[in-house]
Every structure is written in C-alpha cells, then in structure tokens.
Design a protein around this ligand. Structure first.
Ligand code: HOC
Length: 386
C-alpha cells in the first residue's frame, strides 16, 4: 500500500524496477562527470536547523503564492522532457495530481502529450515551458497554442540552447518509444506493466513537435533535430519579442549567476528559477542552493526568485525557503512517483514532501511559513552571498 511508501527514495527504487532502463537512466543522470548533478542534492545536507521547543505547534500552514497564484506549499512541478515515457499519459496524470494537490504544473515543449492533450484532460490552468526554435514561426505557434490552452505562465528555459552530453543516454541509444533491439527486448520483457499501459495509449511520440519534426523518435535523430531547431543564437535581445508574443507572465529558468539575474529583471521577467537544469547542462557549475544567496541579494527584492535542483525532501524545500526562494520545483522526485504508481504516485511524492516540510517547520518553532526566515538555520551552516 502507498502508506508504506514514506520517502522519495522509496519511489525511486520502485521506478527503477518498473521502468525500461533507458528512461530510468534518462532521468537519473547528469552531464559529464555528474559533479553538479550530485552537488545539487548533497549541498542541502550540511545546512542545519535550529531546533526550538515548547512553542505552540497546532494549526500550521505552508500556504503561499507563486506569481499571485495561491499554492498549498512553495512547490511546483518542473518541466521534464519525455514524461509520457515514464508512464502512459504521464503529463496528463502529473497535471491532474498537481491540480488536486494545489500546486502549479509545468508542461515541457519536449513532452509526449501535447499542450492540447493536457488542456483537454485537466481543468486548472497549467504553465508551459518554451524552448526557442530557429524557426520562429514554429515557436510563435507553440506560444499561440499555449495561449489557446489558457496556460497561465510561460517558462522560458535559458540554459539549453545546446544540449550537455549525458553519457547514459548515448550508451543506452535512447529512443522514443524504445527500438526493439535484442538488448531492449530483454529489458522490456521485465517491464510488462509499463509496456501494457504504453500499448494502451495513442501518445507515444513528441506530440508538441509533431509536424515540425520528421522521424525524431530516437536520439541519433532527436539530437541533430534539437541542434538544428533549438536556437543557439538565442540572447537577451529576443526576450522582448517573446514577451510581446506571449503577453502574459514570463518566468526565466536556468539563472545561476547574479549578473544574469539582474539582466532577467531588466528584461521584465516576472519570476526567475535558479537552476542548472538538474546538473544536466554545465557540469562543474555550482549547485542551485549554493548559487541562491547571491542571486537573492542581487534581485530578491525586485522579483520572485525560485529554485530547482537537488530537492529530495521537504526539509530541502524549507531550507531553500529560509534562504529566500519563494518557490521550488521538483523534476526527478515526481517522475519516480509517476513511474511507480501513475497519478497516485505523483500525489504520494507531493504528500511526502508536504509532510516533511510541515513537521520540520514545526520543530523549528513555526506554524506559518510566512514567518519563516533564515533565522531558523544555524549560522555558519548555510551558503551565503560572497
Ligand atoms: C533528449 C531531449 O529538458 C532535458 C530536457 C529536454 C532536452 C531536449 C533533448 O533532457 O534536460
């Protein structure tokens, strides 16, 4: 029963058993030496809480707002590519779990289900993540579709004009859906539940880019397509045009340097996400939690600063909040839940994070997240702006 699943790590183990190897490893990997990927999670560990006692702990709240939207806790689901390969109709199930739980869901351009698939199967507005294409008409069309689907924010990814090398994907010959080679068939034979569900859905390719990409189902075709389509010339000069086309709230994701944070504010970002793309792009860059304090110091009073990367517990969310992040995002933790148990697994991941954050806040002597500051952390244990 799901009540026996008490940690994100539990969900990760089940996901590993249930998923075809190439998809599990697509998620559970970083670029090159994976130093930044590991640091994202590891750098939360030395940060210590001040334990406070004999304070009223009844009636607690983690409620806050992200871009004016009321959220049950300072958390949203990050855009993740290939989500529909982690569970049939994965994007729809994850969006539904978010809607019921009360946090935002972000759909990736590189998702399996399309913007329309998700809109037709959910009621709450979701956010759409945009990759900028050289073919600006194609990009404008994605923005039009997101508007038509009433997406309530556009998340522009700024750190993936070119793709960092992930060794596991190359070695696994990642394909969507998996190609029936002998090695894959042997692996797939042990993933019957996944396979049956997948056979039962029409959604098995990248439906957002369908029509713009011929035969981009396997990595040897997808990567050249990404290299051809994603615009390596994307620059700050393009932001105004994207903002004009979109006309709504714009979030810039992938900021790791205070100077870039200042530029994002100057270019009208409504929020920024401190992120190194889950350690999947520039290996050797600082972890997100280390990068956060300098960015908060630079722009924290001018825009909403959020963070993704390395969150595996509700305590990590509390630490990020205490250091000034007004929202956080998870990718891998929800994908593990999705692969393990579909929508119920995503909900379970969210419940685990909620409970861990809620109880930890109480032990620091607080009942309302709005009163929590870096005062809950032991001085000297957390990263500070240089
Ligand atoms: C193989 C897909 O954000 C990631 C995603 C999508 C990148 C496009 C290439 O894998 O980090």
């Amino acid at each position: 029963p799901l009540s026996q699943i008490t940690t994100i790590e539990d969900l990760r183990q089940i996901a590993r058993r249930k998923l075809p190897k190439m998809f599990y490893e697509y998620a559970d990997t970083g670029s090159w030496t994976q130093t930044t990927y590991h640091a994202n999670a590891a750098d939360f560990a030395p940060i210590q809480f001040r334990q406070r006692v004999l304070v009223d702990m009844e009636n607690r709240s983690l409620k806050t707002q992200m871009l004016g939207q009321e959220v049950k806790m300072p958390l949203a689901i990050a855009p993740t590519g290939l989500t529909g390969m982690f569970h049939a109709d994965g994007e729809i199930l994850a969006a539904r779990a978010c809607e019921k739980f009360g946090i935002p869901y972000t759909l990736s351009t590189m998702s399996i289900c399309s913007i329309e698939d998700v809109a037709e199967n959910t009621t709450a507005p979701f956010w759409f993540q945009l990759y900028v294409m050289r073919d600006r008409e194609f990009m404008a069309d994605l923005i039009r579709r997101a508007k038509a689907a009433q997406c309530s924010a556009l998340v522009l990814t700024a750190d993936l004009q070119i793709v960092g090398q992930r060794h596991r994907d190359i070695k696994n010959g990642l394909t969507v859906p998996p190609r029936p080679t002998l090695a894959n068939l042997i692996n797939l034979a042990t993933k019957i539940e996944w396979g049956l569900k997948m056979l039962n859905t029409r959604r098995r390719t990248f439906r957002n880019i369908a029509g713009h990409a011929k035969d981009v189902t396997n990595l040897s075709e997808l990567m050249p397509w990404v290299a051809k389509q994603f615009d390596p010339k994307l620059s700050w000069d393009d932001i105004a045009h994207i903002k004009d086309l979109w006309g709504g709230k714009l979030i810039i994701k992938g900021i790791l340097d205070p100077e870039d944070a200042e530029k994002a504010v100057q270019h009208g970002a409504d929020a920024i996400i401190v992120s190194n793309h889950g350690g999947r792009q520039l290996d050797g860059a600082p972890s997100s939690i280390r990068a956060l304090p300098a960015i908060i110091q630079a722009v924290g009073s001018q825009t909403e600063v959020w963070l993704d990367g390395g969150i595996r517990t509700g305590q990590d969310i509390l630490k990020a909040w205490a250091l000034g992040a007004r929202g956080t995002f998870i990718g891998r933790p929800y994908l593990y839940g999705l692969a393990a148990y579909g929508e119920a697994g995503v909900t379970r991941a969210l419940e685990i994070l909620y409970n861990e954050m809620d109880l930890s806040m109480a032990f620091t002597g607080h009942r309302d997240i709005q009163n929590v500051t870096r005062e809950i952390l032991v001085k000297g244990s957390y990263p500070e702006a240089a």
